[in-house]
Design a protein around this ligand. Structure first.
Ligand code: SAM
Ligand code: 2KA
Ligand code: SF4
Ligand code: MG
Length: 206
């Protein structure tokens, strides 16, 4: 069993890679991705189920992760998972920011917010709803559309985000053929929403 230190100085690291942010507001921007292992939210359509068991991913010093991230030209890091907010991300984000690196997170919001973030992408899940306190702090609300009921789920959460939070509807990958036309129609009728696509999957990059 991992003994994960509560101060966040070591974290279960599944993978780290330099790529282009494929989704949401920062789409198209180069960024270093840090994928932490561990998630119990249980989305049946999750595209990284290999991340769920934290035990499979080696505890790695946050200092090593920061050193690795520093070597790339883009000064932006996306922390994702798994569910990264299972862990205390205070130390990791402070260290990144002290090196002039912008910190972006991808989260379901199911765990308490920790860390200092330049960009929070909140993707709320029905399977384990976000904590209400993260909603007003999100810079971007990105709702995955797997079926028609997800439009209502999206509107429900849009009520609690800040006035300048960007609103995105993203088709669930396996249902994209079916759901994308519905999203297109929805956005034309409700233009406060925008479409987000998983562009990295079309580009065949990580
Ligand atoms: C794998 S999750 C990891 C971060 C966090 N657990 C979360 O769900 O936000 C990263 C992003 O991918 C989205 N995502 C996961 N599986 C997807 C799928 N099959 N189709 C579209 N988006 C998906 C999530 O909603 C989230 O915005
Ligand atoms: N290119 C790329 N962009 C992404 N945006 C969010 C991702 C994620 O899995 O969190 C992701 C990912 O896995 N790859
Ligand atoms: S919360 Fe994120 S990592 Fe966890 S199962 Fe859902 S999509 Fe996958
Ligand atoms: Mg992904």
């Amino acid at each position: 069993m991992h003994q994960i230190p509560e101060d966040g100085t070591s974290l279960p690291l599944m993978e780290e890679f330099y790529t282009i942010q494929g989704e949401g507001f920062n789409t198209g921007k180069a960024a270093y991705f840090i994928r932490l292992g561990g998630c119990d939210v249980g989305c049946h359509w999750c595209d990284v189920k290999e991340s769920w068991d934290a035990e499979l991913h080696p505890l790695t010093p946050a200092d090593t992760i920061v050193d690795n991230a520093s070597k790339f030209p883009s000064k932006a890091v996306v922390v994702t998972g798994g569910e990264p907010l299972i862990y205390n991300l205070e130390y990791l984000t402070r260290q990144l920011q002290s090196k002039g690196i912008k910190t972006f997170i991808e989260t379901s919001g199911a765990y308490p917010l920790s860390g200092n973030w330049d960009w929070i992408c909140l993707s709320p899940k029905k399977f384990k709803a976000p904590r209400p306190d993260i909603l007003p702090l999100a810079h971007e609300l990105k709702v995955i559309v797997f079926n028609k009921s997800d439009f209502e789920w999206a509107e429900q959460h849009a009520k609690s985000v800040s006035a300048d939070c960007k609103l995105y509807l993203q088709p669930e990958w396996s249902k994209a053929k079916e759901m994308t036309p519905l999203i297109v129609e929805y956005v034309m009728n409700n233009p406060k929403w925008e479409i987000s696509l998983q562009t990295h999957k079309y580009l065949n990059i990580p």
